[in-house]
Design a protein around this ligand. Sequence first.
Ligand code: NAP
Ligand code: 8YV
Length: 320
Amino acid sequence: MPNARVTILVPGRINPRVVDRLSEHFEIRAVPHGKELEISRGDAEAIRGVAVSGALPANWIEALPNLEMIASFGVGYDGVDVAAAARRGVIVSNTPDVLNDEVADTAIALLINTVRQLPQAETWLRQGRWSAEGPYPLSPLSLKGRHVGIQGLGRIGLEIARRLEPFKVRISYHTRRPRTDVGYGHYASLIELAEAVDTLISIVPKTPETVKSINADVLKALGPNGVLINVGRGTTVDETALIAALKDGTIAAAGLDVFENEPQVPQALIDLPNVSLLPHVASASVPTRNAMADLVADNLIAWFKTGRALTPVPETPQKP
Ligand code: NAP
Ligand code: 8YV
């Protein structure tokens, strides 16, 4: 047991396995996930760690005078104010790698669903239209012969690229720095990548540079045979521009697991026939979420036992 007196704050909902695992080692203080942290000054002083899924803004971090570590559920940690944590010397951890395979599998499934309209075809069968009306119409699009561009070739992007190889599609990518360990073509800008390819898969973090980076110009460059797949963050895409592009044929189709203002999805997107929509489920299997939950708990356990987190984020590096 690392330290029975350490209290970990758990704001709002998190995978129950996180709390089960942490309860074996720490006191747990569960609180509502509102705008303000509503606990007494004395209780705030007792808290040395946080386990959180989603937002942890600066005012929460500043309200915890003895905070040492924030363990965030998910590889993307854009909800946590890491700059505020870094200013205070608070370590932030995330859950990289354990979800790569699940998210990459979902990206491929979403791509195929989008080009071949498989969810719509299943609905056709379930509604009895196959027997009543005949075969589902041929899908206008196919994966065959496509040139796929990946925005972001990090841990997950690389797994997506590797899964695409057996589909015999051409693969290119855009990142700020070219990778030295792959043979795929690198494009220095997103617009150049979009001009070269007919299929764009986005798997980048939410940062000031990526927000709305897939805009009207990029969609126009992707072209009328173009397919956009987003499994990264909804904020990467200018949703208004995307809806217009899908409506007027600027691009052919889109598959989206993430949205600008989750869990709200614009009705205009839902109404469009040429989109495939998922409710942010790319990592959402029991085995993968269990692995993510374990990594949240193991980070806090390691920190309070050894003074070192397992997977700190780059903005809050550990002292050598
Ligand atoms: P990662 O290993 O850090 O990879 C990020 C990639 O994005 C890198 O190749 C990076 O390359 C590139 N990148 C970052 N900023 C960029 C920019 N401004 N322009 C172009 N490329 C940029 O992250 P990961 O583990 O693969 O995860 C990626 C993101 O996917 C997460 O942050 C999360 O938001 C999202 N995600 C979503 C789900 C889901 O459920 N839908 C699940 C997991 C992850 P450079 O640094 O060289 O630019
Ligand atoms: C989760 C994700 O859905 O890891 C991420 O960045 O977006 C997903 O795996 C998210 O952490 C919320 O549970």
